[in-house]
Ligand binder design. Structure first.
Ligand SMILES: *[C@@H]1O[C@H](CO)[C@@H](O)[C@H](O)[C@H]1NC(C)=O
Ligand SMILES: *[C@@H]1O[C@H](CO)[C@@H](O)[C@H](O)[C@H]1NC(C)=O
Ligand SMILES: *[C@@H]1O[C@H](CO)[C@@H](O)[C@H](O)[C@H]1NC(C)=O
Ligand SMILES: *[C@@H]1O[C@H](CO)[C@@H](O)[C@H](O)[C@H]1NC(C)=O
Length: 415
């Protein structure tokens, strides 16, 4: 419809800058009246589609001119933008998503996002942001997703997230945060996902998560936390929405029951790779609704102190992904906790489960006894079960002597 010479159309529109451009604009507006689809022109370095502008990987140092003010989405991924100035996006009142990830943004001026009343999704990940002014997001009253991961932030301004009442997802992973301000998320009453993994958190601010009345997932993995405290007065506050808490890869040595009293509906708790040696039985009393637990790679002490955990594990109906192994004492090191408890009879009151009926299903390889060969127990059988075999179900008269098999994971026994 609009056959402009390329050198003009590429700079289009240059409203107010040149009389020719103004003239072309008028022509364009007239055309628009006839056919609205032709209203938008596409800046040279962008791909445009239904009022969504994709200007990725173009070496841009600033958002390009000529993006239509009625744009619904703008992607500026993988460019070289270093700074966002005040009112940078002023007038883009229809914009619902803005992707600025993988640039070199170090500075975001106050009011850079002013006017983006409809913005729902803002991606600032993989930049070089060290700090953001208090008022950065104050105008984004409809923001639902904010991604600030992979930046260089060491601290958060106390009121940075104020006013973000519709925010549902907040990514802050892979920064250098040492703490979170008191009541930092106070206004985030719609937040369901908070990602703070891969930071340098050593402690959590008392009441740091107050206000998060809808939070379902809290990611704190790969920090330097030594203990967990979620509330100042745990008994007065319960966090009924939280379903997943990831604390993998911290320095936690002790867990106290009050933390889990606060979390009555927790379903997934990941504590792999910490420094736990034993657990207070009262802690596990609080783990009623857990479906998945992660307790691998800790400093479990397989003495009588492990009995409460072993008891809990033996009745736990949910699952754990990685083996939970003893760290000390030396003779038990590397043994699975339940194996150690049965094998070394650590817990006198521990009820021995019913014998495993040996069938060809529990053997990965079994041959008739008359040929006198080997049998291998599949890894689905825990080692302690091997000491407690009921041979009746096994077809042939091959008998596996239990004792030589006790200390090998995948047993191989010859008649
Ligand atoms: C933000 O951009 C990064 C990199 O392109 C992407 O991996 C991430 O999923 C985006 N964030 C959201 C919330 O979509
Ligand atoms: C952010 O807000 C807090 C509380 O009003 C104030 O103490 C702090 O100085 C503000 N920071 C900036 C950079 O404006
Ligand atoms: C078994 O004994 C240990 C300590 O001796 C105790 O903590 C645990 O509660 C007992 N378990 C049961 C099921 O009685
Ligand atoms: C062994 O298993 C068989 C078949 O399930 C059962 O009838 C028998 O009672 C079991 N023996 C023992 C000692 O549990």
């Amino acid at each position: 419809l609009l056959n402009l010479p390329p050198q003009i159309s590429s700079k289009w529109p240059l409203v107010g800058r040149a009389p020719t451009a103004l003239c072309l604009c008028v022509i364009s507006m007239l055309l628009c009246l006839q056919s609205p689809a032709s209203c938008t022109t596409c800046p040279q370095k962008c791909r445009c589609e239904d009022q969504q502008f994709y200007c990725d990987t173009q070496g841009l140092e600033a958002p390009p001119d000529g993006v239509d003010r009625g744009a619904l989405g703008l992607s500026l991924r993988h460019n070289s933008i270093a700074e966002l100035s005040p009112d940078q996006f002023y007038g883009f009142s229809q914009l619902t998503w803005l992707h600025l990830d993988h640039n070199q943004i170090t500075t975001v001026q106050e009011d850079a996002f002013q006017g983006l009343y409809k913005l729902k999704d803002l991606n600032l990940s993989s930049n070089r942001i060290t700090t953001l002014p208090n008022t950065t997001f104050i105008h984004l009253i409809n923001l639902q997703i904010l991604d600030l991961s992979f930046n260089l932030m060491t601290a958060l301004e106390p009121e940075l997230f104020h006013g973000l009442r519709k925010l549902q997802i907040l990514h802050l992973r892979s920064n250098s945060l040492r703490t979170t301000p008191v009541r930092a998320f106070w206004d985030c009453r719609s937040l369901e996902y908070l990602g703070l993994s891969n930071n340098r958190l050593r402690s959590l601010a008392r009441n740091g998560f107050a206000g998060l009345v809808k939070l379902r997932e809290l990611h704190l993995e790969h920090n330097q936390l030594t203990k967990i405290n979620l509330a100042h007065f745990p008994r007065l506050w319960t966090w009924t929405t939280l379903e997943k808490l990831d604390l993998t890869g911290n320095e936690i040595r002790v867990l106290t029951p009050d933390v889990f009293e606060t979390l009555p509906n927790l379903k997934i708790l990941l504590l792999d790779n910490n420094k736990l040696g034993s657990l207070d039985p009262l802690v596990m009393d609080m783990w009623r609704f857990l479906g998945t637990v992660g307790l691998s790679s800790n400093l479990w002490e397989c003495t009588k102190r492990i009995c409460s955990l072993a008891t809990w594990l033996s009745t736990f109906k949910g699952r754990w992904e990685h083996s939970i192994l003893c760290h000390t004492p030396e003779y038990a090191q590397g043994e699975e906790i339940l194996d150690a408890v049965y094998g070394f009879q650590l817990c006198p009151n521990f009820t021995v489960p019913p014998p495993v009926v040996l069938t060809t299903n529990t053997l990965s390889m079994a041959t008739d006894a008359s040929t006198g060969t080997t049998a291998e127990v599949t890894s689905s059988l825990s080692r302690w079960a091997v000491t407690n075999i009921n041979y009746t179900g096994f077809k042939s008269n091959l008998k596996l002597p239990p004792s030589p098999c006790l200390h090998t994971k995948k047993i191989k026994c010859t008649r």
